[in-house]
Design a binder for this molecule. Sequence first.
Ligand SMILES: N[C@@H](CCC(=O)N[C@@H](CS)C(=O)NCC(=O)O)C(=O)O
Length: 212
Amino acid sequence: MKLYGYFRSSAAYRVRIALGLKGLAYEYQAVHLRKGEQSGESYRSLNPAQLVPALVDDRGTLTQSLAIIEYLDERHPHPPLLPGPPEARARIRAIALSIACDIHPLDNLRVLKYLVKTLAASEEAKDAWYRHWIDVGLSALEEHLSRDRVTGEFCHGDAPTLADCCLVPQLANARRSNIPLDAYPTLRRIEARCNALPAFAAAAPDKQPDAE
Ligand SMILES: N[C@@H](CCC(=O)N[C@@H](CS)C(=O)NCC(=O)O)C(=O)O
């Protein structure tokens, strides 16, 4: 398997965590997002959306981090990243989607670039946008996880799931942008629990071959 990613990409980070939890070996191919390599001809032929990650294996090319993780989970069921009955799986997906659909796309590189370059937003306005959407999303998640009895050591119960694969990269992004996380004790507790596991630690941006 070959994973196309970028050390700072939180979507690629989700897949790296899942591959690690499954104990799957893969080759890593860096796509330098700041240099615009995602829009170069060779990567566009793999993913016309010009976004990382993409995963290439014996069955073809896959895109969209959550679809990739579910695919890995179906082909390699142990340990399960979507365990339990339908209501548990729906809860895990809801947490993952609240990050992957409601927070992350608003703060993506191309969105921030568009704000500054096309809409002439100042750096201050761009930073305020970024913080605002992170805070809105993380506040909702903190409230959900802190009051829900199904939350355990991890987002759902006492083993890592798809939800944790999404949470840890999103918090890493916020930390990189110096966004205070004091208001999110439950999220920080789960993050610390996750990062104590080798699969999460090895997937961290600063452990990647293209880290700068
Ligand atoms: N929904 C996609 C999002 C992928 C995505 O937004 N990737 C970002 C990096 S985290 C990217 O490639 N950005 C390039 C750009 O904005 O030009 C997924 O989950 O895979």
